[in-house]
Write a protein that binds this ligand. Structure first.
Ligand code: GLA
Length: 378
């Protein structure tokens, strides 16, 4: 459940009815950089996210306030601004509104107050959460309950057309389809998933924020994606997920394509192994799969960074930790670790100290639970 955050003071005496919505962030447990290659991934919606309080406006505008952004923004509905006409979070919001309008929805003027406890740009899908939240609100104020997968596709389009990031479907899908206590095994080619219980007895899933600003995230992400597409095309495959014989990787003419194919091939198999280890509560196997995934993202796919490697190594070396890896696109952001509950205080202290000594940066470590996807809080 979202945290017990209360109605903004300025709205306490509002005459207009106020409705409340919540969109969670997500953490990807395993299957990194696989969604756009058509493999399976295993994300889960987390109990941190974005709360929204909403009331209608007579004006033809969406007026957004956020505790995290001092300036309110107003997005006109007639017409909705073009991609990049606005900047930052207003550009995301304009993207959602533009696509809602294209889908034929009648959009009402609204005032929205946002409060978030999801770190922004940290690999926990703050932007998918924001887009899914606004899209859900737009539909609900038109009296429609949207299809969660269709909504995820809309958010993915916002990223491509308004942000220029050719991201996959995993993030908005996870924000849309979360279930309490569950991760999801999502088939990114067919856009179907099965819920998979993702709690381990005596263990706790933990997020570690490297607090390292992500650089090159958009452009390097698109480059990796291109390398995968080029490798698949060279091998005569529609998607790299279909590669069955790893010997064929050596026939690729470009070392970057080879490295990308190695990562996709091995990570695809790790997802299947991790799902089975999770079902058996086999924490040792699951932990070592997480560690292998990090090594592959660092050495083959080259999407980690020095700070993240220090953080993940410090986590992995602590005796209470079963395994740890970077999560999300990479180039900074967050790691996810599976830690024995009784060792958690010692783990946090040791990792914080090691990380600060080695990098001069402070990590934020917090436990996460799995929650329901975007929706209205009654
Ligand atoms: C980002 C993208 C996702 C996915 C991950 C890497 O979060 O938005 O689609 O590709 O990176 O797994």
């Amino acid at each position: 459940m979202p945290q017990s955050i209360s109605l903004p003071d300025a709205w306490r005496n509002s005459d207009a009815p106020v409705r409340r919505f919540f969109a969670p962030g997500r953490v990807n447990l395993i299957g990194e950089h696989l969604d756009y290659n058509g493999s399976r991934v295993m994300p889960a919606a987390i109990n941190r996210g974005i709360n929204a309080w909403v009331r209608t406006l007579a004006e033809r505008v969406w007026r957004l306030h956020s505790d995290g952004h001092p300036e309110a923004v107003a997005i006109p509905l007639d017409p909705i601004p073009q991609p990049h006409a606005l900047s930052g979070w207003a550009n995301h919001a304009a993207g959602v509104l533009a696509l809602l309008q294209e889908s034929g929805l009648t959009i009402q003027g609204l005032e929205i107050w946002l409060k978030s406890d999801l770190p922004e740009g940290a690999g926990l899908s703050s932007s998918a959460a924001f887009e899914m939240l606004l899209a859900w609100i737009g539909f609900r104020y038109a009296g429609i309950t949207p299809d969660r997968t269709a909504l995820a596709l809309l958010s993915q389009q916002v990223e491509a057309r308004f942000l220029g990031v050719q991201c996959g479907i995993m993030d908005p899908y996870a924000v849309g389809h979360g279930k309490p206590g569950m991760a999801m095994l999502l088939d990114c080619a067919r856009l179907v998933h099965t819920d998979i219980p993702a709690q381990i007895i005596d263990y706790q899933w933990v997020i570690l924020n490297a607090n390292k600003a992500r650089t090159l995230a958009g452009s390097a992400y698109n480059q990796r994606r291109k390398a995968c597409e080029a490798a698949a095309a060279h091998l005569g495959l529609t998607k790299l997920a279909d590669l069955q014989d790893p010997e064929r990787i050596r026939t690729l003419p470009d070392p970057d394509w080879q490295a990308a194919a190695r990562h996709v091939y091995s990570e695809t198999r790790r997802v299947t192994e991790a799902a089975s280890a999770l079902q058996k509560q086999d924490v040792l196997t699951l932990g070592s799969i997480l560690n292998d995934s990090h090594a592959s993202l660092r050495d083959d796919y080259a999407v980690s960074c020095i700070e993240m490697d220090v953080l993940v190594t410090a986590a992995q070396q602590h005796p209470a930790c079963a395994g740890a890896r970077m999560t999300g696109a990479g180039f900074g952001g967050c790691a996810v670790a599976l830690v024995k509950k009784e060792g958690l205080p010692g783990f946090s202290k040791a990792v914080e100290t090691t990380y600060q000594r080695a990098t001069g940066l402070k990590t934020d470590i917090f436990s996460v639970e799995w929650v329901a996807g975007v929706g209205e809080i009654e």
